[in-house]
Design a protein around this ligand. Structure first.
Ligand SMILES: Cc1ncc(COP(=O)(O)O)c(C=O)c1O
Length: 398
């Protein structure tokens, strides 16, 4: 602890369940200084990722540009491989991108809207998803939004009412960022495919914390990133493209990393790579590849299944503790639909978030909602620390 940092006002947390996962707390130095409950915004930084970053700098310093061919391309390939394994895809079906927004933009330009001009999304989805097609309205694309009856979930029937023979794509999240609700993706995919449209999943809030198999869910495209549950930091996103779609997918935005003969430097002709890497564009952020490989290794070591089990245990406890205080928790009724995002309806949540920082507790807010997102490295005792601190702050308002 540095001199300027206030001391923790509460006793240090004690592990009572899943000791093998709690042991990972020592991998994340921030957990010794803060009650860190904002992993759905930014996953905690691990020692492994820090070592990765140091290694990157060392390579840069030692080898300069030679590191590209000898080492860095290999690290990028490793990141793709690890991601493919996590989602149950084949290596040639995955690619990297600098952000989910860029990945989405690329896919959005590859679709043919001449016969099928509508795209269906959920009103609850993260806005960057909708923006890709809202900006295409002037090109004749129609955006349709499935509404939520309760701001927690969007039933598959809401999509069914909007999808028709002119739907090009249904694009939605597996886990809603506002409620943590895990959608029945397979039910939506079945509706989508019945109408001959494609299914795209924005899995930023799901990958790493909830197991997934893209084939079992019958997904055509998936985009996600390393910032949150993959604990890899900003600057890296992943794309999955179903094998059968690869040959026909020709985005109208691209770059030299998408060219089949990238290092032939052919200025006058463009040929897409045969693999999903055809959507890659320019020089990737290698430092993030290193930090991301650290996070991905931890996820693979622990397994997404174990992470999910522990996160659920923490989330259910958090919801129960919040309800004991009589607070309105914006969470799915069915425990199997819950993920590690807990929203409390609280007036001026931004003020509470700020006050919590003075208690060394990191949370977040969205309009009208205080957002708490525990992960496998948190503990029941930390749940109590957060809940008690919120109660204290709310009591001081009266
Ligand atoms: C579900 C979801 N999709 C997309 C994004 C944004 O992704 P990017 O900034 O990589 O474009 C976020 C960020 O919070 C998100 O929660």
């Amino acid at each position: 602890m540095t001199m300027s940092e206030p001391r923790l006002p509460y006793p240090a947390p004690v592990a009572i369940e899943h000791p093998e996962l709690v042991a990972y707390r020592s991998e994340f130095p921030i957990l010794q200084r803060k009650t860190y409950m904002n992993s759905c915004s930014l996953g905690a930084l691990s020692n492994r990722s820090m070592q990765g970053m140091a290694q990157f700098l060392e390579m840069w310093n030692e080898w300069g540009a030679h590191a590209w061919y000898e080492i860095w391309m290999g690290e990028i390939a490793k990141a793709r491989q690890k991601f493919a394994k996590i989602i149950g895809a084949q290596l040639h079906e995955v690619a990297i991108a600098p952000s989910v927004s860029v990945a989405l933009s690329s896919i959005a330009t590859a679709l043919d809207y001449s016969e099928r001009n509508n795209v269906v999304m959920a009103a609850m989805d993260f806005p960057t998803l909708a923006y890709q097609w809202l900006v295409k309205q002037r090109l004749g694309v129609e955006c349709r939004f499935a509404e939520s009856p309760d701001r927690i979930h969007t039933p598959p029937e809401a999509f069914e009412q909007l999808v028709d023979g002119k739907t090009a794509l249904v694009a939605t999240s597996r886990v809603f960022y506002t409620s943590g609700y895990i959608q029945d993706v397979r039910a939506v995919a079945d509706i989508v495919h019945k109408h001959g449209a494609y299914m795209l999943i924005d899995d930023y809030q799901g990958t790493g914390q909830i197991p997934i198999n893209v084939n079992a869910l019958d997904i055509d495209f998936l985009v996600t990133g390393t910032l949150k549950w993959l604990m890899g930091g900003p600057g890296l996103a992943f794309v999955y493209i179903r094998e059968g779609l690869l040959a026909q997918l020709q985005p109208t935005i691209t770059g030299w990393f998408g060219h089949q003969d990238q290092f032939q430097f052919k200025t006058k002709e463009f040929e897409f790579r045969r693999e999903a890497t055809r959507v890659e564009m320019g020089t990737p952020a290698v430092p993030t590849i290193y930090t991301a490989n650290g996070g991905l290794d931890i996820i693979q070591e622990i397994s997404v299944e174990s992470i999910c089990e522990r996160s659920r245990y923490l989330t259910n406890d958090l919801i129960a503790q919040a309800r004991e205080h009589g607070w309105n928790v914006c969470a799915p009724q069915e425990p199997e639909r819950r993920s590690s995002i807990v929203m409390l309806e609280i007036e001026n949540p931004e003020e509470v978030v700020k006050a919590l920082v003075t208690h060394n507790i990191i949370t977040d807010s969205r309009p009208g909602l205080l957002r708490i997102s525990p992960y496998f490295y948190n503990t029941i005792e930390e749940n109590t620390i957060v809940i008690d601190a919120i109660a204290e702050i709310l009591a001081s308002r009266k």
